[in-house]
Design a protein around this ligand. Structure first.
Ligand SMILES: Nc1nc2c(c(=O)[nH]1)N[C@H]1C(S)=C(S)[C@@H](COP(=O)(O)O)O[C@H]1N2
Ligand SMILES: [Mo]
Length: 321
């Protein structure tokens, strides 16, 4: 990724994100609320979500697959993004993704399948019961968030498509439309953005076909109207604004792997023991905990999703990074 770091590897403070006025005002409201006793547990978090006006999306929490951790504020999750189709700065997607038209939208499922099909977004929403899953997302750049996503296991799509015996991998293709996405003119990546999973990875119930977050449909900057979330892998595996899903014989040529093969492998499982060639992956900065003296968190193998370990038995994860 294009990441700006100070020479000692510590991120520079984000002066643009927090102004003294904001700090002062939030502190003042906090004290006021304390005084009237209106803060109770998660209520505090609810107030931090500046609700966007996006359509609501009802879903039942799946506690078995959810991280019981403090969730990232809606504001942070929707203003600190990677979506290079809209620019390479973290704030670009929130500023420029307004031109993305998430409706009407269709996704075509094709390739090595017995039943290829195309679905519009409303049919995708109804394909299986929607679940809320609170997942950690760890970016390869060294930061992480905890987000209540809404969707269902990608395995539901696999079931419907009935892959042939030739299907060994799944390829996810994002929209690449210069008219809607100003960054697609840039040469920072080969467009469209392509990601992929091995068939058994795609079939793992944790892999989430994602249609919403925080009780609403996906905001444009987070990959509206449909994306994949693969919580045990670095964030770039979780392709946004998907228009095509292809079942294929050969390992997909993914956008980041093509751009820098020595830095971004096909697997890209979160792994604190395998450093990125230019920085350590041992720790991470949880967005929202960015105080100057806040300690970094230890990054966990598979981002803490140890259920997936059996997918990789016998594989050398240093070679297959
Ligand atoms: N199409 C597309 N998908 C993408 C990206 C991108 O630039 N384009 N960035 C990836 C990276 S690097 C990360 S960390 C996550 C960020 O998702 P979020 O902004 O919803 O937190 O999206 C991933 N999916
Ligand atoms: Mo990322």
């Amino acid at each position: 990724m294009l990441i700006k770091r100070s020479p000692n590897g510590i991120d520079l403070p984000f002066s643009s994100e927090i102004t003294p006025r904001e700090i002062f005002e939030s502190r003042r409201t906090f004290i006021k609320q304390l005084a009237v006793g209106s803060i109770a547990g998660a209520g505090l978090l609810d107030q931090a979500w500046a609700q966007s006006g996006n359509a609501k999306l009802a879903a039942r929490l799946n506690p078995a697959w959810s991280a019981m951790e403090k969730q990232t504020a809606y504001k942070d999750a929707t203003t600190y993004n990677n979506f290079y189709e809209f620019g390479t700065d973290k704030s670009d997607p929130a500023h420029y993704a307004g031109t993305l038209k998430p409706r009407p939208w269709t996704v075509s499922i094709e390739g090595e399948v017995k039943k290829p099909f195309t679905l519009d977004i409303d049919s995708l929403l109804k394909l299986a019961p929607l679940e809320e899953r609170v997942y950690r997302l760890r970016c390869v750049e060294g930061w992480s968030m905890v987000i209540p996503w809404i969707g269902y296991s990608f395995s539901e799509i696999i079931k419907k498509a009935e892959p042939t015996g030739n299907a060994k991998y799944v390829e996810f293709v994002s929209l690449a439309d210069k008219k809607q996405m100003p960054g697609v003119g840039s040469r920072v990546l080969d467009w469209p953005y392509v990601e992929g999973l091995r068939m058994d990875e795609a079939n793992h119930p944790l892999a989430l076909l994602t249609l919403g977050m925080y009780g609403e449909v996906l905001p444009n900057q987070n990959g509206a109207p449909v994306r994949i979330i693969v919580p045990w892998k670095y964030g770039f595996k979780s392709a946004k604004s998907i228009v095509k899903i292809r079942f294929v014989k050969d390992m997909p040529r993914t956008a980041w792997n093509l751009a820098a093969p020595s830095e971004y492998g096909f697997y890209s499982n979160v792994n604190p023991d395998v450093d990125h060639p230019r920085w350590s992956q041992a720790t991470e900065r949880r967005i929202g905990e960015d105080g100057f003296f806040t300690r970094k968190r230890k990054t966990l193998m598979f981002n803490g999703y140890s259920d997936v370990a059996s997918l990789y038995t016998g594989m050398d994860l240093r070679k297959n990074f």
